[in-house]
Design a protein around this ligand. Structure first.
Ligand SMILES: Cc1cc2nc3c(=O)[nH]c(=O)nc-3n(C[C@H](O)[C@H](O)[C@H](O)COP(=O)(O)OP(=O)(O)OC[C@H]3O[C@@H](n4cnc5c(N)ncnc54)[C@H](O)[C@@H]3O)c2cc1C
Length: 495
């Protein structure tokens, strides 16, 4: 029996939903997680297919470093993550330029010597921001308690806050300009490529403060997960159960019931009704709005800024090991010489480790290749008919394969299996309207969402909520939400 009778229903077993659920289950709340798929993880799942375990979206284990968000979460929940430290985060490749992104920024500075002072400033700001993330910065403040703890934090760390202040409203390009780097076309392209994958937009729009921490991910060190990144969600789902909670797979929530400004039950596709005192939605605001019978003010619609929201086109390839030779390859970012990034002109390629026999049949590797893609044309193609949609899929696949062949000798001739996911697939698979994945473009600190909704007992978790995308991002948001729920609806901690 749980010590607390405040029933919590979590919609969605992504990293955000599961982290929130596990923390609340540990704190004594009776928690039920409802997941529409047959396995957990959402954008950070690993799925099985023909003897392979493919990472569906996320592939790089970020935030596991000492006192990083995943490390802190594991410590609190008693989880020992199945991780191994990677010598380099990923390789950046553009024509004949190749840069290992690792703990040290030396290779970057060797390529772009005049950028050294910029990296010093970035590093110092990032270490302050990591400390704020550890302290669960209550941003944006949702109530008077948040305001009070924000004020206390600002007073305690006044010198660091004041050095951050000049950048709060700057774009990354303006920040680069203050170091005379905005006219360095190659350096800006390098930064653009890093920002697109970490804050969903490029230097022209990306907020400088968001960029400072995003650019720090390789330097903080990355990890690989045995059996694929889905191990994180699998561990979290088990932890929910170990702390007395329940995780129901194949439970596609269709409807949220409410009376005035309180929600009180959710119903899954098989008509099972789950009464709830608190509902946590691991959804985008658009998808959450769709679960109410009538439009709900302030839930519908993602906040749109100047930058696009992205989805992704992803290829899953089972490939003969010989393609990779003896090189200890893991992640490679391939960027076209010019032109807009995404849509096959920039790729992120992740290859399963040779010594992880759980990922692929002997002699083969599981490869995930992703590129940013705008959803609208994909949905138009689908509306135009199966043939148009399939043709578009084939064109993307061919385009990506021809780029891959330039870097991986004869990869096209050594493919065992090939599968793809378009924005339409992402919408169907994650329930995210328009297949918007990767979180919101981080253009302003002042237009971000907190976990609150117009309902007093309905909260959002996941990458639509500050601080946004990535495993460390959603885990930080989940830790903040668990504290908020405990504070408002309190229970004694199960030790
Ligand atoms: C291609 C790609 C590459 C990425 N690479 C990285 C990376 O290398 N490293 C990194 O840290 N991050 C990466 N990310 C970002 C990271 O994966 C996401 O930010 C994070 O996993 C999002 O988690 P979430 O909890 O917000 O939501 P989701 O992962 O979207 O989870 C939501 C869950 O809710 C379920 N659900 C939805 N609707 C319903 C419903 N009605 N009823 C029941 N269940 C429902 C879904 O099935 C899903 O399981 C990548 C993302 C993508 C798409």
């Amino acid at each position: 029996m749980s010590e607390n009778q405040t029933r919590i229903v979590v919609i969605g077993a992504g990293i955000g939903g599961l982290s929130t659920a596990a923390l609340l289950a540990k704190r004594g709340f009776p928690v039920t997680v409802l997941e529409s798929q047959a396995y957990p993880g959402g954008c950070a799942a690993t799925f099985e297919h023909n003897g392979y375990r493919f990472d569906a979206g996320a592939t790089v284990g970020c935030g596991f470093h000492k006192k990083g968000p995943l490390d802190l979460l594991g410590e609190e929940l008693g989880i020992s993550w199945p991780i191994l430290s990677c010598p380099a985060a990923w390789d950046f490749i553009q024509s004949d330029r190749r840069i290992h992104l690792s703990h040290s920024r030396q290779e970057i500075i060797r390529e772009f010597p005049s950028s050294e002072p910029f990296w010093e400033s970035q590093q110092s700001l990032a270490s302050f921001l990591w400390s704020l993330s550890g302290d669960l910065l209550p941003w944006p403040p949702g109530d008077i308690n948040d305001v009070a703890s924000l004020v206390r934090m600002v007073i305690r760390k006044a010198p660091s806050f004041s050095s951050m202040l000049p950048l709060v409203n700057k774009t990354t390009l303006q920040w680069l300009a203050s170091y005379g780097l905005d006219a360095d076309r190659d350096f800006v392209r390098f930064i653009d490529a890093q920002l697109l994958i970490s804050v969903q937009t490029t230097a022209q729009y990306a907020n400088a403060v968001n960029a400072a921490i995003a650019l720090d991910l390789p330097a903080k060190g990355t990890h690989r997960l045995t059996a694929g990144i889905g191990s994180v969600a699998e561990k979290l789902a088990k932890t929910v159960v170990d702390f007395g909670g329940t995780v129901v797979f194949g439970a596609d929530v269709q409807n949220i019931e409410h009376k005035g400004r309180r929600v009180h039950a959710v119903t899954a596709g098989d008509e099972t009704r789950y009464p709830a005192d608190i509902v946590v939605a691991n959804l985008t605001p658009d998808s959450l709005g769709g679960l109410f019978r009538e439009p709900v003010a302030r839930i519908d619609g993602m906040k749109k800024g100047p930058a696009h929201f992205w989805s992704a086109f992803v290829l899953y390839l089972g490939v003969e090991e010989s393609v990779f030779g003896n090189k200890p390859i893991s992640h490679v970012q391939i960027v076209g010489e010019s032109g807009e990034l995404g849509e096959g002109n920039s790729l992120f390629v992740s290859v399963s480790p040779s010594d992880d026999s759980l990922r692929a049949p002997e002699g083969f590797r599981a490869v995930t290749v992703s590129t940013h893609s705008r959803p609208e044309p994909w949905f138009q193609a689908r509306a135009a008919g199966k043939e148009v949609y399939e043709r578009r899929k084939e064109a993307y696949t061919q385009n990506i394969m021809s780029l891959l062949v330039q870097h991986f000798n004869e990869i096209d001739k050594k493919v065992d299996i090939i599968r793809s996911a378009t924005p339409v697939t992402w919408e169907r698979y994650t329930g995210r309207k328009q297949g918007y994945v990767g979180g919101y473009p981080q253009t302003s600190l002042f237009s971000v969402r907190g976990p609150g909704t117009p309902f007093s007992n309905l909260f959002l978790t996941g990458d639509s909520v500050f601080p946004g995308q990535s495993l460390p991002g959603v885990v930080t948001g989940a830790r903040r939400l668990a504290d908020l729920v405990e504070r408002r609806f309190g229970t004694r901690s199960k030790k």
